[in-house]
Design a protein around this ligand. Structure first.
Ligand code: NAD
Ligand code: DAU
Length: 335
């Protein structure tokens, strides 16, 4: 099988490509990535000379740049390329529409024209909006996105659905909860807090810190994506999540404890506008239909992840050169 993986230089994409090459060395994997601030070829340094791996630097919204790849013949597309950070979407929503909506539509159109046999759209639980204190998101929960990021991902999901209904393109949509693990860009909660704690800098907690996320180790997400790619029923949506609900303060306190840093580093700062209160996933469909089960326990997985960042400070330092400092100043000011 020849698989185009978009966004493969990012957090989940690089973990997914490593997973694919380890489990299916006979398949060909082509990583299409524009290398935005979030794309880092170093995330795949250990596999870049693998004979089944190829990297193509291209923007998924640039049809001229990516059409030659489809013209070569492609069996499947796994679309992970996206602008992925909610706070950045509040600063620059147009970029999110361009990449997440137009980029996905460009890939769908080329997939239709060149007869791709499976298109997997890697979406997010955020398209469902927010939950109150109880309940879980199922695949039938209405889409009620609250941020420009989640609205752009929901827009993409609707186009994916339309390409299935209108043109019969064999598609799947996956909607996963928050991932944690190695190679995550340090604008996201867990690596940001680890980075700040290691430097004895304040840890900026939005609002009251009681917003809840449902955490999943990235490799468990990758295994689910692989199952959907190979066995997903065409046209179906699959939720992915591991029932690991934690509020942000709990996550931050675990990080401080693991790094032997004081809780006095915690700073409550202004809340994120439109901040979703709680996410929690009902993943019974993918468990029953495809036999997926998460293999990583949250308490040991999060501690191993904290230690990974502590032991890879040189990776962190290289990542945060670039536009990181400018973004952090805009987002957090001098705090
Ligand atoms: P990330 O920001 O770490 O990586 C995104 C990658 O996409 C980067 O390598 C970047 O260079 C690339 N990219 C951005 N714009 C591009 C463009 N126009 N053309 C080509 N490449 C482009 O993101 P992530 O956290 O790894 O998320 C990957 C996907 O999974 C996204 O679609 C996201 O919506 C989804 N998702 C993420 C999570 C999570 O917790 N991180 C959970 C559920 C779903
Ligand atoms: O649910 C899946 C989504 O998870 C993915 O679709 C997104 O791509 C991914 O970024 C993530 O979105 P979140 O907004 O949940 O993740 P983030 O790490 O930005 O924030 C997690 C929680 O931590 C959220 O409640 C906001 C809070 N937070 C975040 C930052 C960056 C803080 O309190 N302080 C911070 O500085």
């Amino acid at each position: 099988m020849k698989v185009v993986v978009t966004g493969g230089a990012g957090f989940i994409g690089s973990n997914f490509i490593r997973y694919m090459l380890a489990h299916y060395p006979q398949d060909e994997v082509i990583n299409v990535d524009a290398l935005t601030y979030a794309g880092n070829p170093e995330n795949l340094a250990d596999v870049e000379s693998h004979p089944a791996y190829r990297f193509v630097k291209a923007d998924i919204a640039d049809r001229t740049a990516i059409e030659p790849l489809f013209a070569e013949g492609v069996d499947a597309v796994v679309n992970l390329a996206a602008e992925s950070h909610v706070d950045r979407s509040i600063m620059q929503p147009d970029l999110f529409v361009r990449t997440n909506v137009l980029g996905t539509q460009t890939l769908l159109e080329l997939s239709r024209q060149y007869g791709v046999r499976k298109f997997v759209q890697v979406s997010t639980d955020e398209v469902y909006g927010t939950l109150g204190d109880t309940g879980l998101f199922t695949e039938h929960t209405p889409l009620r996105p609250n941020s420009p990021y989640s609205a752009s991902k929901a827009g993409a999901d609707l186009l994916v659905r339309a390409y299935y209904e209108t043109y019969g393109l064999p598609v799947n949509i996956t909607r996963c909860s928050n991932n944690y693990g190695p190679y995550q860009f340090p604008e996201k909660l867990i690596p940001l807090m680890i980075h700040n704690a290691l430097q004895d800098k304040p840890l900026p907690v939005y609002g009251d810190g009681l917003n809840v996320r449902d955490w999943l180790y990235v490799e468990d997400h990758c295994r689910a994506l692989d199952l959907v790619l190979r066995q997903g029923r065409d046209g179906e949506v699959y939720n992915i999540g591991g029932h690991n609900e934690r509020n942000n303060l709990q996550v931050v306190r675990t990080i401080l404890a693991e790094l032997n840093k004081p809780e006095s580093l915690i700073r409550f700062v202004a809340d994120r506008p439109g901040h979703d209160r709680r996410y929690a996933i009902d993943a019974s469909k993918i468990r029953k239909e495809l036999g997926w089960t998460p293999q990583y326990d949250y308490e040991s997985g999060i501690r191993a992840t904290i230690r990974w960042y502590r032991d890879h400070t040189e990776w962190m330092e290289r990542v945060i050169s670039g536009d990181y400092r400018q973004y952090m100043a805009k987002q957090y000011g001098d705090r």
